[in-house]
Design a protein around this ligand. Structure first.
Ligand code: UN1
Length: 511
């Protein structure tokens, strides 16, 4: 593990770390100490001194003051700073990708891919910094001009999850910064070190550009930190990624004070496989979607809905593909599947398996908690597949583990109904070579999800599109397209350059 030690060193991670940072200064939080254990080998990586309320208040004071300065810097100049952050991330891609893999447990390839998403969103944000377009419209009054502009909103609170410990922060932060906002990041308490490493990487850019203290803040802590952000009227936008129960409590608290929230919550993502599907494309798409990141993406494939004529064939191919999966240390590149995040996730896997059996499901690829050499952390489980009915309560529920459900359908209407018949609405896909089927799937009578794909799986979305979903997924959109609008306030302006004062709607008012 000397490699990891060197990497931690290069990323500024010490055995005991300060958990609070304004971007210029950092200090040890006065709250509880968080210990970060690697699910890869069960070793303790380091400790972080997390926040208590007084640390939070200091951070909010600094960030509120920083906003007053940052919002006045022209957007393309802010974009230039984000461009430099992208360059720093390029330099540290291998180290940060490795730490993501080691602290969170996803494969090294996926760890590096996550850092690539960060670099890509920096590039996207740089371009955006010269756009942030408003519309102009024609006034009904002579010698009047109407247009809209987008202004910064203030302090953005970012609550991120362990499964994408760094990329999701960057989707939010890089956009928020070019939009003129300042950010307070509460990373998952399961992955605090990758967050501190990100702050360390961008610190030189903050310093070189004399970015005011408070533009990029980190607040390490548990659930209560999220609650402080959600309840604080000083936080203009709370962007939260995680489970539906977490999002519901954040969303309720923010709504109560009429604040803004951007929620990216659970998925229950399905793939429909029709008789015309190219199974050579479909099967790898299904397996990557189901076992990638050990089934811990919000976009992970949870349900496969297969037409009855090809059901046996798909089943056979899935069983064969699963038999080839290598499960083990995710830093070793031949392994496809790493560990779950911790032992409580293993318990949930176990519990879900029990409920599937209880409901009448049949496993065709067996679940197992792995033990013995290489599996000492107790976090490794075997990806499994069960034949189920969509109506089982457990199938309606998102379990963050590599458990794939197989469901049979007769005609496409029925398949779409099954696909939509869950509380969540994040990602969906169809494998078909039939244009009528794919168009129906993408139409208003098709998938009800925020993401709907044809002949690719449910996970692995590119940053250029808006990312998020409907129903219990929370309705928010992050990352590409016009998701930046969530980080700004819209102002409509009407300007009279004439010598009269005509009123709208034809109203006469003479004095
Ligand atoms: C998440 O799981 O929270 O589409 C985000 C994907 C990734 C992002 C997932 N680009 O799978």
């Amino acid at each position: 593990m000397t490699d990891i030690k060197e990497i931690l060193d290069r990323l500024g991670i010490k055995p005991v770390n300060n958990g609070i940072s304004t971007g210029q200064i950092n200090w040890a939080g006065k709250g509880a100490v968080i210990e970060s254990f690697s699910p890869v080998d069960g070793q303790k990586i380091a400790e972080v001194a997390a926040a208590e309320r007084s640390d939070y208040e200091q951070i909010i004071e600094k960030s509120t003051a920083a906003f007053k300065v940052w919002k006045l810097i022209p957007a393309p100049k802010r974009g230039e700073i984000v461009r430099q952050m992208g360059d720093e991330l390029r330099k540290f891609k291998s180290e940060l990708g490795t730490l993501v893999s080691y602290e969170m447990g996803k494969s090294l390839q996926e760890g590096l891919g996550e850092v690539q998403e960060m670099i890509d969103i920096c590039d996207f944000a740089v371009g955006l910094s010269r756009q942030l377009y408003g519309l102009s419209m024609h006034s009904e009054r002579p010698q009047h001009r109407m247009y809209e502009q987008w202004h910064p909103i203030g302090v953005v609170g970012i609550i991120s999850a362990f499964n994408f410990p760094v990329a999701v922060w960057s989707w939010n932060a890089m956009l928020a910064w070019v939009c003129g906002d300042v950010c307070v990041w509460k990373p998952s308490e399961k992955t605090p070190l990758t967050a501190l490493a990100c702050q360390h990487i961008i610190e030189t850019v903050l310093k070189n550009n004399e970015v005011p203290e408070g533009v990029s803040c980190i607040l390490t802590g548990g659930r209560e930190c999220g609650e402080w952000l959600a309840n604080d009227p000083k936080i203009a936008l709370v962007s939260a990624t995680g489970s539906t129960p977490m999002g519901r409590s954040v969303g309720e608290a923010v709504a109560r004070r009429l604040g803004r929230s951007l929620l990216e919550l659970g998925g229950n993502n399905a793939i429909i496989v029709t008789p015309s599907a190219d199974l050579n494309v479909a099967v790898p798409g299904i397996v990557f979607g189901a076992v990638g990141t050990a089934g811990q993406r919000c976009t992970s494939t949870r349900r496969i809905i297969v037409q009855e004529d090809i059901y046996e064939e798909v089943k056979k191919r899935l069983v064969k593909a699963y038999a080839q999966l290598c499960i083990g240390n995710p830093l070793e590149t031949h392994n496809h599947v790493g560990p779950l995040i911790d032992k409580s996730a293993v318990k949930q896997y176990q519990e879900t398996v029990r409920k599937v059996k209880e409901a009448g499901g049949t496993f065709i690829v067996m679940p197992e908690i792995l033990s013995g050499e290489g599996y000492e952390s107790g976090c490794y489980v075997a990806p499994c597949v069960a034949e189920v009915a969509n109506s089982y309560a457990i199938v309606q529920h998102e379990t963050f583990a590599p458990i794939l459900y197989l469901i049979k359908y007769r005609d496409l209407d029925e398949a779409i109904e099954i696909q939509n018949d869950v509380p969540q609405g994040l990602s969906s896909a169809i494998f078909t070579l039939n244009m009528r089927e794919s168009e129906q799937f993408l139409s208003q009578s098709g998938s009800d999800c925020g993401i709907a794909n044809v002949n690719i799986g449910t996970s692995g979305a590119e940053i250029g599109g808006a990312f998020g979903g409907e129903k219990e997924t929370g309705g928010g959109r992050e990352s590409g397209s016009d998701a930046w609008k969530a980080y700004m306030r819209r102002q409509t302006n009407t300007i009279n350059y004439g010598t009269a004062l005509p009123l709208a709607q034809g109203i006469k008012f003479e004095i």
